[in-house]
Write a protein that binds this ligand. Structure first.
Ligand code: MLT
Length: 404
């Protein structure tokens, strides 16, 4: 008899950003004359940098000639891209990572949702609270979580690590021992991060616990402080306990182009089985590679011109982050983040819930943000604004918020 995967039935509502999009669409339909400023989903707004565009054009030309045409990409990704990744993201930071430990993909969202497949159904996950919803939802779909408690907004069989103003948004080691630990640093949604020495303690903890850290470093390009690690492999011992997921979306504006990669070191083993080999098997079976033209665009991210142009883009967004942070502070808000990340995490005013503030901001300032509670129960009473808008819109949104 045909059966569905019942785990999907356990998921409450729709994906956070789909819910927001529906709410905004309804508001727009009812108020067609309002000029809405979207600082909700972390989607970039600057066009692709010239170095990327040139690489895309050249790669399209390659596809037009029989001598340079490419069909299926190699399983792990093209050598030219994996070489650039290893040289620039790892060797340049003294991280011992080699090319056959890098798996090129169509983005960090898919990888962070798919990576749980190589672990057993009984593994217990630990997540920060608030957290990027993909980590939890993908484990719900796989049947690794228990039931959802509507009151607490928590799943049974999941270890939550609250990240609040009280602990500076730095997760504490859980009392119960997890098998898989999800860390996103710099953090989405709080925009905060940890020092390299704090991250090293997590590596030590995971090694002692026999756990694996799934390290989402999608926002590493936004790190501005020297004592913050860009890769978990800067920490000693991480090769034995960590998988790192990277994105080209936020550092190079590839949200619509789609490119990312995951690093699974050969030293990472579970009962003698290589997780790197398992991920290779999974990747080869279920994925046919990111397009050649996109991988060439990814290579251009590491070119001299690419690096300079993308630094300008990151600086542009971080100028927005500073403007939001300062503007909100001036308006009397309590704000966090925005120093090593393109997200500002603010306390909602007048004890409003996160969704109350979402509606209030949408209706009165026509500004869209993301309710903190959408990322988990400890996000209640908080709200996220993204620095990925245009500078003009960012300043205009702040002017509106100040007038509330
Ligand atoms: C976000 O807004 O949290 C991100 O854009 C989501 C994502 O990167 O998938």
């Amino acid at each position: 008899m045909l059966q569905i995967n019942e785990n999907y039935q356990k998921l409450p509502g729709s994906y956070l950003f789909s819910t927001i999009a529906k709410k905004v669409a309804a508001f727009t339909q009812a108020n067609p004359d309002k000029n809405i400023i979207r600082l909700g989903i972390g989607d970039v707004t600057l066009p692709l940098a010239p170095a990327i565009i040139n690489a895309l054009h050249a790669a399209v030309e390659d596809m037009a000639a029989a001598e340079t045409f490419r069909g299926y990409a190699p399983d792990l990704g093209y050598d030219f891209l994996r070489k650039a990744i290893v040289e620039n993201d790892y060797k340049a930071r003294n991280c011992d990572i080699c090319e056959d430990e890098v798996f090129v993909s169509d983005g960090a969202k898919s990888d962070s949702g798919n990576i749980q497949e190589i672990f057993g159904p009984q593994c217990k996950i630990a997540v920060c609270d608030p957290v990027y919803p993909v980590y939890v939802d993908s484990n719900v779909m796989a049947g690794r979580t228990g039931v959802y408690n509507k009151e607490t907004e928590m799943w049974s069989n999941v270890i939550y690590m609250p990240c609040t103003a009280e602990n500076n948004f730095v997760p504490e080691f859980p009392k119960e021992t997890p098998d898989i630990i999800y860390l996103c640093l710099p953090n989405n949604p709080t925009g905060t991060t940890v020092t390299k020495s704090q991250l090293s303690q997590w590596v030590e903890y995971a090694r002692k616990a026999g756990a694996v850290i799934i390290y989402d470093a999608a926002y590493e390009a936004y790190i501005s402080e020297d004592n913050v690690a860009h890769s978990i492999y800067e920490c000693e011992g991480a090769r034995e306990c960590a998988i790192e997921i990277r994105s080209f979306s936020k550092n190079a504006g590839f949200t619509g182009v789609r490119l990312g990669f995951t690093v699974v070191p050969k030293d990472l083993k579970c009962n003698g089985v290589s997780l790197r080999d398992m991920w290779a098997r999974r990747h080869g079976t279920k994925f046919n590679g990111a397009p050649y033209i996109v991988q060439r665009a990814g290579e251009a991210v590491y070119s001299t011109e690419g690096k300079a142009q993308l630094k300008e883009q990151v600086d542009y967004y971080m100028k927005n982050a500073s403007a939001i942070k300062q503007g909100l502070k001036d308006a009397g808000y309590t704000v966090f983040g925005g120093v090593n990340a393109p997200y500002i995490w603010l306390k909602t005013p007048d004890k409003m819930t996160s969704w109350e503030f979402f509606d209030y901001l949408l209706e009165n300032a026509n500004v869209v943000g993301t309710p903190g509670s959408g990322f988990g129960p400890s996000g209640e009473g908080y709200f996220r604004l993204t620095a990925f808008g245009s500078y003009e819109n960012t300043v205009a949104a702040l002017e509106r918020i100040k007038k509330l």
